[in-house]
Design a protein around this ligand. Structure first.
Ligand SMILES: [Zn+2]
Ligand SMILES: [Zn+2]
Length: 315
């Protein structure tokens, strides 16, 4: 705990005096109760043993009769000889470090700036609301059925051996590991020690100051390594899609499936589309195959259009 000597300003003649001197060398006045000690940034560390003892002796006391500052160990006032009974000791207080100076002066946040931020926010919200309204707005439009098409598709999957890479402990069951090596899986924060940080100074109330320190943990990022691997594993893999399609006059049917060895059917999908001609644009409507079956080319309807592009309903 480094100890450094402070200074005080004589209230009578203005002279800046060493902290260790209880009396002003200029006018002889002793520092009174209202004198505040201050520490200059460049104040050197006190190494002299006599000074250190005085610094550690405690806060000085002020004589109740003549107001003279007396060192803590003194039993009687050095000026008038009075007992220290009823004395007032100077306060020992912590002085926190000055707040860090910002690199750049913060921009003046005038009311005008804030007002513009609010205006931009409101405009942004209005814009989003407008987009939402456009996307979900429903309109009615006369349309004519121009074409009707359908398609049915079946995915074909094959039982295949695939090579994959990953962390060894995450390999699927049945995997046959073909290669393995070490790699960094993640990093973790570990405490590697502590560092002493100066957090302020303590005014010892006798012209000296003591640096105040705190132990703070020091962390380091450490790599955690683990085993990575390549493996072969057998899986159903989508290999192709069989498709059948036609128009309104053709009977809807599923594509003929020719499954090879180790092949199976995956998912099936059916889509029935109506191409509609509107006043200014055409639409592709997916209204489900039940509704599609009731339509015929050349029929006219009123289409309910959402967001200007999606036909929801034909009436
Ligand atoms: Zn003076
Ligand atoms: Zn006295």
């Amino acid at each position: 705990m480094a100890i450094r000597e402070g200074k005080w300003r004589c209230p009578h003649c203005g002279r800046v005096e060493r902290g260790a001197n209880a009396a002003c060398q200029g006018c002889g006045a002793t520092r009174d109760e209202n004198v505040a000690f201050f520490l200059e940034d460049e104040a050197p560390e006190v190494t002299d043993e006599a000074h250190l003892q005085r610094a550690r002796a405690g806060a000085e006391w002020l004589c109740p009769y003549c107001d003279t500052s007396n060192p803590a160990p003194a039993k009687k006032c050095g000026q008038c000889g009075a007992d220290r009974e009823g004395d007032r000791a100077r306060a020992v207080r912590e002085i926190p470090p000055p707040p860090p100076v910002p690199l750049a002066a913060p921009a003046p946040r005038s009311g005008g700036c804030l007002k513009w931020i609010v205006v931009l926010l409101v405009l942004g919200l209005a814009f989003c609301a407008g987009l939402g309204w456009l996307a979900f707005r429903e309109t009615d439009e006369p349309v004519m059925v121009e074409a009707l098409t359908w398609s049915r598709s079946v995915e074909v999957e094959a039982w295949q051996t695939v090579r994959e890479e990953g962390w060894l402990d995450e390999r699927p069951s049945g995997a046959r590991v073909v290669d393995r090596w070490q790699d960094v899986r993640r990093t973790e924060r570990v405490q590697v020690g502590t560092e002493r940080v100066k957090t302020g100074v303590r005014d010892l109330g006798n012209g000296y100051f003591e640096d105040v320190y705190e132990d703070r943990p020091v962390y380091d990022e450490r790599e955690v390594r683990d085993t990575r691997a390549r493996w072969d594993v057998d899986r159903w893999v989508k290999v192709r899609t069989e498709r059948a399609e036609g128009g309104a006059g053709d009977e809807r049917h599923w594509p003929e499936l020719r499954l090879g060895r180790n092949e199976r059917e995956g998912g099936r999908q059916e889509q029935c589309l109506a191409e509609l001609k509107g006043a200014s644009r055409s639409y592709r409507a997916d209204l489900g195959c039940a509704r599609w079956e009731q339509l015929a080319v050349g029929q006219s309807f009123t289409a309910r259009v959402q967001g200007g592009s999606t036909v929801k309903e034909l009436n």
